[in-house]
Design a protein around this ligand. Structure first.
Ligand SMILES: O=c1ccn([C@@H]2O[C@H](COP(=O)(O)OP(=O)(O)O[C@H]3O[C@H](CS(=O)(=O)O)[C@@H](O)[C@H](O)[C@H]3O)[C@@H](O)[C@H]2O)c(=O)[nH]1
Length: 406
């Protein structure tokens, strides 16, 4: 297939581009390099040393003889350029990662809220609009999030996208209907992914677009089979308070002797998936497109669930790290259970990498190896969900909060 990877310079986008190119697909990255600009804005850098996208693709060609093409295009702002590129290249499939993906960054200030909404919603809508305008029947695979469901405490399993409900009619009869699982976003970022879902429903219904939405959990790990092939193909690894996700943060904290930063009681249960499984799932989704005129296909892209404090305690046991129980910068339930259906990917042959199999090598191979690149002052999470919470956590983010170490 000819595949366009929108956002192919990012944490999941880059290993996906390598994986699909390795599988023989004609791979084209479209990216505005915004993640690199945001690193500069925040004064942080990936734990792993990353080369430019042009250099990365040059190394890939030298190693494998395969070409990954790079195009500097901003989906949210350059609608005409995007449309022109799609019309000229007419890809068979499109993988859409081109959105601002950090919840804390999206809550940082009013400017960051506006940026995240404008960027994410425009990017998705521009893409859908262009596909219709140029009559391109490409299968669109979108990286969504488990966070669209929210983290309810009612204990019912989360289905793969659609929920059967019984509705009482005016005649007093009960009719059954399948609805999109009710959205319950926990951040501005997650809210944009809920809005994406509505855009997909409309364009699938109105224009017959073929769309798959992957509701992905928290990704952990760094390497995939292809990123290991050369040191300059290495994936990015974020550890800072805005872009670092929880498990990868704990790994690097353990490697540099920084107390593990658990928010609140750590009672939040979340869904997880290894980066290698994430790229496999995207390939499985690409090779199983929905029919034209059918409904949006939705997969839950996660392989296991864990409570945050259990993860911290597991890593503390493995490494001797301390745990810091910090005031939570987020507005979220202190405790929640999470049961998720993920049978669809398992039925397509996914054989998941389990946390207990991969964790130790991730600490040794990546976290310890590059620990010298860490700026400890960038570890605390300082983006608060509300002004009230900000007043509690922001005046002494490191010193004061780290007194509560166990
Ligand atoms: O140092 C930390 C960092 C986070 N947390 C807690 O860990 C949980 C998860 O936080 P996270 O930063 O790992 O994940 P999140 O903000 O939900 O976002 C990440 O995971 C989402 C999948 S999901 O969480 O919605 O399933 C993706 O969509 C996002 O792109 C990705 O950045 C939260 O309860 C948070 O309070 C801590 O206790 N300590």
């Amino acid at each position: 297939m000819k595949i366009a990877i929108l956002g192919g310079d990012g944490f999941v986008g880059w290993p996906t581009a390598l994986h699909l190119s390795d599988a023989g697909h004609d791979t084209h990255i479209l990216d505005n390099l915004s993640r690199r600009w945001i690193d500069t804005e925040l004064g942080v850098q990936s734990l792993t040393p990353m080369d430019s996208i042009q250099e990365r693709t040059r190394i890939w060609h030298a190693e494998t003889g395969r070409r990954i093409h790079f195009n500097l295009i901003d989906l949210a702002r350059d609608y005409e350029l995007l449309k022109k590129w799609l019309a000229e290249h007419r890809p068979d499939a499109i993988v859409h990662f081109a959105e601002q993906r950090a919840a804390p960054y999206s809550m940082k200030s009013d400017r960051h809220k506006n940026y995240t909404v404008n960027n994410n919603v425009n990017a998705t809508h521009n893409l859908l609009n262009a596909l219709v305008e140029i009559d391109l029947d490409a299968h669109l695979v979108h990286l969504g999030t488990m966070g669209v469901y929210g983290y309810s405490t009612i204990g019912a399993a989360i289905p793969e996208g659609y929920l059967p409900v019984g509705i009482e009619t005016t005649d007093g009869e009960t009719v059954s209907q399948e609805i999109l699982y009710p959205s319950n976003p926990g951040s501005i970022y997650h809210m944009t992914k809920c809005l994406d879902q509505l855009l997909f429903q409309f364009y699938a219904k109105n224009d017959g677009l073929r769309i798959t939405d992957l509701h992905q959990g928290i990704v952990w790990g760094t390497h995939t089979e292809q990123t290991r092939r050369h040191q300059q193909l290495i994936n990015r690894f974020d550890y800072d308070g805005d872009y670092g996700t929880v498990l990868n943060r704990f790994l690097i904290q353990a490697a540099i002797g920084y107390p593990l930063t658990v928010h609140g009681s750590g009672g939040q249960t979340r869904a997880f998936i290894h980066i290698q499984d994430s790229v496999r799932c995207i390939e499985l989704a690409l090779t199983n497109p929905p029919a034209r005129g059918g409904r949006v296909e939705i997969f839950n892209q996660m392989t296991e669930t864990h409570r945050i404090r259990d993860l911290a305690e597991m890593i503390a046991r493995m490494t001797g790290s301390e745990i810091a129980w910090l005031p939570n910068p987020r507005k979220e339930a202190a405790e929640n259970d999470l049961v998720v259906h993920n049978e669809k990917f398992l039925a397509l042959g996914l054989d998941p990498i389990r946390l207990e199999d991969g964790l130790l090598s991730e600490i040794v191979d990546v976290a310890k190896k590059f620990a010298y690149r860490v700026d400890r002052s960038r570890v605390p999470a300082v983006s608060a969900w509300t002004k009230d919470i900000a007043s509690v956590i922001n005046h002494d983010p490191e010193g004061k909060r780290l007194k509560s170490v166990s």
